[in-house]
Write a protein that binds this ligand. Structure first.
Ligand code: PMP
Length: 358
């Protein structure tokens, strides 16, 4: 009964033009089965491995990803990176020039770009100074035109997980969609929100093969959501949004040896994160290292621009977050391989030495 009460009316949330949409029907959508002669899609008949269109429903890849993420296939939408899922969600739910979206700040920059390109107002609610979520402040920014709330946990660029109870409270309190972007979840010890979508159908979880699964170059991301939401998102995406080459390669990198290898890489990254978090504060120019559940550290330093330039001059590129409100004086440093992390420490030590001797 409680579950029923928490169910939101997804149909009511859709843009009217999307609710009325007849999706493009591909040749392969219309014919389900196997044939010997395919003359339905105006493809070249001459086989070179890529002469046929890929499966628009991405059945085989979905099966492999569903297994890796321990979720149901019908709850899975696949996109050209999770960036595509962000854009498709906006196009499905938000009337341009009318509806609004609420996000936390600081957070992932794409929420801003994607809302701006879709002509949707973005209301940014500042996290507290320690980057924890202020659920009351966030809900105060929500009104009847708020179709989506973007939360990011672990958050980019701060690195911290958001409080689980706060996320659930927001999802229960509002009628719109609550997106929990879990791009970095595999580096945390939190199970994530994928198993909450059944009881709380307005939660949409975003994950990606770009981070811990080590496939950023392939461009595969996902939304994990109630099948009703997945169905509408699939209607709106380009029919062949994942190429056959992408599907083949992603499958190859999701086999058992690859999954075992990435598991080891994740555990090395977590150990290295702890080592960096311990070592960095010992360096003279480092003021603070924020706690992280992701594969990067947000580091407050004496002069972020100067240290950024110094590291760049030594061939080490980090992310300068000095101009991001709430992140003044910080650099975001990805955790690399152990020898790369050693180099970062060594160069920051050299920099601190040079500054002290100035
Ligand atoms: N969400 C967050 C929080 C990210 O940091 C990123 C990439 N930096 C993405 C989503 C997008 O990832 P992709 O499109 O590669 O799946």
């Amino acid at each position: 009964m409680i579950n029923e009460m928490m169910k939101k009316d997804i149909k009511k949330l859709l843009r009217p033009n999307i609710a009325a949409l007849t999706p493009y029907s591909t040749a392969r959508d219309e014919f389900q089965g196997s044939a010997e002669v395919y003359l339905d899609a105006n493809e070249s008949a001459y086989d070179n491995g890529f002469n046929r269109y890929p499966d628009p429903r991405q059945k085989v890849l979905k099966k492999a990803i569903a297994q890796a993420e321990n979720i149901k296939e019908e709850c899975l939408f696949l996109g050209n990176g999770s960036d595509e899922a962000i854009d498709v969600l906006l196009r499905v739910f938000c009337n341009p020039g009318v509806d609004n979206v609420v996000s936390i700040s600081p957070s992932y920059g794409m929420y801003e770009v994607a809302t701006a390109t879709n002509d949707v107002e973005l209301r940014k609610v500042r996290l507290r100074e320690d980057f924890s979520l202020d659920a009351e402040a966030l809900l105060a920014a929500v009104d009847e035109k708020t179709k989506i709330v973007f939360l990011c946990s672990p958050n980019n660029p701060s690195g911290n997980l958001l409080n689980e109870e706060d996320i659930l409270r927001i999802a229960q309190a509002m009628d719109g969609i609550v997106v929990v972007d879990e791009a970095y979840i595999h580096y945390s010890d939190h199970p994530g929100f994928a198993d909450r979508i059944e009881s709380q159908n307005n939660i949409v979880v975003l994950r990606t093969l770009s981070k811990a699964r080590a496939m950023a170059g392939l461009r595969v991301g996902m939304a994990i959501a109630d099948p009703e939401i997945v169905e509408v998102m699939s209607m709106v995406k380009y029919p062949y949004n994942l190429s056959q080459a992408t599907i083949n390669e992603a499958l190859r990198h999701l086999d058992t040896p690859s999954l075992t290898r990435t598991k080891e890489e994740i555990s090395t990254t977590i150990k290295e994160r702890a080592r960096m978090a311990e070592s960095l504060p010992e360096l003279a120019c480092v003021k603070k290292v924020y706690p992280s559940d992701a594969n990067f550290l947000l580091v407050k330093v004496d002069n972020a621009d100067a240290l950024y330039d110094y590291l760049a001059s030594k061939g080490i590129i980090v992310r300068n977050r000095n101009r991001v409100p709430g992140c003044e004086g910080t650099l975001r440093i990805t955790i690399g391989r152990p020898e790369e992390n050693d180099r970062v420490l060594e160069e920051i030590r050299n920099y601190a030495g040079e500054v002290l001797n100035d």
